[in-house]
Design a binder for this molecule. Structure first.
Ligand code: SDX
Length: 367
């Protein structure tokens, strides 16, 4: 029996054509396209790339985007489910519950063919923003809005949350957030979707496994914790002592560190530019300044003082962007899921196409 790799660290579980990550150089590619190029496209173009394996031409994109927009609406029943959920339930639980209900209304539910799974995947890509926004408005005592069938995914989500149109910069930045969150190889939530898929369970069940996994604070839940950390630190001057105390107490500094990246997460670098851009548009640099002070203090503590390759990950400056977009911290992980759903679907399709049940071993130890 091979050696045990706790947390399956560096275990190569399968081959994939979807994402390429170089953790030492800080490189991320979806289907061979560098993330720095993809972030300038629309989220629809990137989700098409993930699902279909190639970037769409103009006509293909137009048809695909129209199909997605037609699937944005959710039924009165689903709104009732979300209203019924309106007790102390969080957005990720509400999203999971709504998707569970929706799956039973999907005409393709029992069809595991690739085209049926793409149709089901597109329905989830299209409706996730609607579900998250409806839940947020119900929870905050507002009426959910009728879907707009013309806006881009990013502009649509902000409109459905706020009831007013986002600025061009805001819409562009949240669209880039969805692209940056879309896919990341065998991260915990994607691995969970592939594990469920490997038993030939349905794609809705696989996505629910992904949602349940993404929620954890060591994974997608970190984004909310970083937003709360920014509030706790309050000013750039307090960042140094805050970070030193965290490390002194052996607490995790949320938004930092990564299993694969041993240098700056390439997404983190892009998010930092987006955070600076939105701060400029808002004419208020406080959140960016606090974050940058935390980053500098962490670099001193982790890299300079301890020689540890712990850098900001995808959840650090994305949290700053969310602060400026006034996305409530409690929605942060669900917003991450609005991007990640297309990566999950791509991995489910790939698993179904060349499947073997995923079943590792455990080494029994005497009690
Ligand atoms: C995501 O895998 C993906 O691709 C995930 C993701 C994606 O796109 O899907 O990139 C999204 O989940 C990003 C990570 C979000 N999580 C956080 O920000 C939570 C804080 N980060 C950590 O908990 C941690 O860095 C992990 C979970 C991200 C990675 O953990 P590992 O690889 O299991 O590393 P480890 O816990 O074994 O830590 C190794 C050492 C330890 O010190 P020693 O015991 O060796 O002395 O590094 C230290 C840890 O204490 N360390 C940290 C730290 N991260 C690692 N110390 C303080 N703060 C941190 N954030």
């Amino acid at each position: 029996m091979d050696e045990i790799r706790k947390g399956l660290e560096n275990v190569i579980a399968l081959e994939t054509k979807i994402a390429y990550i170089d953790g030492m150089q800080g490189i991320l590619k979806y289907r061979g396209h560098d993330i720095n190029d993809l972030v300038n496209l629309s989220y629809d173009a990137v989700s098409y790339l993930l699902l279909r394996g190639n970037l769409p031409d103009d006509k293909e994109l137009e048809v695909y985007s129209d199909q997605l927009k037609k699937e944005r609406a959710i039924s009165e029943d689903v709104l009732n489910v979300l209203t019924f959920c309106n007790f102390n339930i969080e957005a990720m639980d509400a999203l999971r519950t709504a998707i569970s209900y929706i799956s039973h209304c999907d005409p393709d539910m029992d069809d595991n063919s690739s085209e049926a799974n793409i149709r089901k995947g597109m329905r989830m890509i299209a409706s996730f923003p609607t579900i998250v926004a409806a839940f947020y408005r119900i929870k905050s005592g507002q009426v959910p809005l009728e879907p707009d069938l013309n806006m881009s995914q990013g502009a649509y989500f902000l409109y459905m949350i706020r009831g007013t149109e986002a600025t061009e910069t805001e819409a562009e930045i949240i669209e880039k957030d969805f692209i940056l969150s879309a896919e990341h190889e065998l991260n915990p939530s994607t691995f969970a979707t592939r594990l469920a898929t490997s038993t030939l369970s349905d794609v809705y069940s696989a996505v629910i496994a992904g949602l349940c996994t993404l929620k954890g604070p060591l994974h997608g839940g970190a984004r909310m914790e970083v937003m709360e950390m920014l509030d706790e630190v309050k000013s750039p001057e307090r960042a140094g002592s805050y970070v030193a105390d965290k490390i002194e107490n052996h607490d995790r500094l949320m938004g930092f560190g990564h299993r694969v990246y041993k240098t700056y997460d390439p997404r983190g670098l892009i998010y930092k530019d987006l955070a600076r851009e939105i701060a400029d548009e808002k004419g208020n640099s406080i959140w960016f300044d606090i974050a940058e002070s935390i980053e500098k203090a962490a670099f001193k503590e982790f890299v300079e003082n301890k020689g540890k390759t712990i850098y900001p990950n995808v959840d650090f400056y994305s949290a700053v962007v969310y602060k400026y977009l006034e996305i409530p911290p409690r929605l942060a992980t669900a917003v991450f899921a609005i991007g990640r759903i297309s990566g999950w679907i791509a991995h489910c399709l790939e698993q179904y196409s060349d499947n073997r049940v995923i079943r590792p071993r455990a080494k029994f130890v005497e009690i």
